[in-house]
Design a protein around this ligand. Structure first.
Ligand SMILES: Nc1ncnc2c1ncn2[C@@H]1O[C@H](COP(=O)(O)OP(=O)(O)OP(=O)(O)O)[C@@H](O)[C@H]1O
Ligand SMILES: [Mg+2]
Length: 300
């Protein structure tokens, strides 16, 4: 039984993209997305994997894709090992539950960010201008405040890593007004649904990022969806406006790294087993609260 996966190179399959966490292979009309157990903090990939993280993230994305399929079509083709390409079958045990075969889309180069709470760059902008992404907000909000109405704050996707927050006007200039409206409406609807769903189950999704593309001319949600890697997850029980919130998943890791005095340049110090375990437990708890299913590290 494999409990972690950090480096797996599928020889013979062309790489589409290698991100911090996922390795994506090109299957022609489809992509094979493999979520490894790599973890990053402060934008640096750490040298130790977090056991089962890839399976948990894949399980969570799959869960949301299924739950929201009537709201927005998605790119998922299969998560069944029987559908792996021949060349990947020797690795089927390692890949099991960590991969998704998806339809390759014409990607729209906009990160569709929705914020329901004031945190990160949204809080920074509000403090300075009283507005986020040129959307004026009421006075008197504090850090982590819940917004009366979630806001859509797009960013331009930049493959070199640093995405740039842009105004709606700039998004309209880039992709047109009609598509901007469609993306905004779809993103707000997905976030609104997911935020309510998760809050009832003990998790606040403070903000999240969606990606969309076209598949056979149809607007489709792609990439990963509503995972702690693409969103800010907070614990409902610990939430208190007026201060920064602990991140549900990576807080033990961030706290420990800060304590070491690390300067955030790679390589990061190597993690003690207790910190890895605490992080793995957080990912598992997030999965179990949201899906109301038990996560077991082997398929029964
Ligand atoms: N169905 C799809 N069709 C085409 N491209 C897709 C599809 N789904 C996801 N993508 C793209 O595949 C890439 C996956 O890369 P990945 O997210 O692993 O790394 P990254 O975004 O480059 O870096 P990071 O690790 O910081 O997220 C992204 O560029 C994403 O936009
Ligand atoms: Mg990405």
């Amino acid at each position: 039984m494999t409990t972690y996966l950090q480096e797996l190179v599928l020889e013979g399959l062309p790489l589409f993209r290698r991100g911090k966490v996922r390795d994506t292979y090109d299957l022609g009309d489809n992509l094979l997305m493999v979520a490894t157990d790599r973890v990053s903090a402060f934008d640096v990939v750490l040298s130790e994997p977090v056991p089962n993280k890839g399976a948990i993230l894949t399980g969570m994305s799959t869960f949301w894709f299924e739950l929201t399929r009537d709201l927005t079509p998605n790119h998922v083709v299969s998560t069944d090992v029987c559908d792996l390409p021949e060349i990947a079958t020797p690795f089927r045990n390692a890949l099991d539950r960590r991969f998704m075969i998806v339809k390759k889309a014409e990607r729209i180069d906009i990160e569709c960010v929705v914020r329901g709470y004031l945190a990160g760059s949204g809080w920074a902008e509000y403090k300075q201008d009283g507005a986020v992404c040129e959307e004026p907000l009421p006075a008197g909000l504090v850090e982590s405040s819940r917004l009366d109405k979630p806001i859509f704050t797009p960013a331009a996707k930049n493959d070199s890593g640093h995405d740039e927050n842009i105004s709606i006007a700039r998004m309209e200039a880039a992709v047109g007004k009609e598509l901007t409206d469609q993306l905004k409406n779809a993103s707000l609807a997905l976030y609104g649904f997911a935020e309510r769903y998760a809050r009832k189950r003990g998790i606040i999704i403070a903000d999240t990022k969606f990606e969309f593309g076209f598949i056979n001319g149809q607007l489709t949600i792609i990439d990963e969806m509503l995972t702690p890697d693409s969103s800010r997850f907070w614990d409902v029980n610990l939430y208190e406006a007026g201060r920064p919130q602990d991140s549900f998943d990576k807080q033990p890791l961030r706290d420990w790294l800060m304590e070491t005095g690390w300067d955030r340049n790679p390589p990061a110090p190597s993690l003690p087993a207790s910190v890895i375990q605490a992080t793995a437990d957080r990912y598992r708890t997030a999965f179990e609260r949201l899906t109301e299913m038990e996560f077991t590290s082997n398929r029964g």
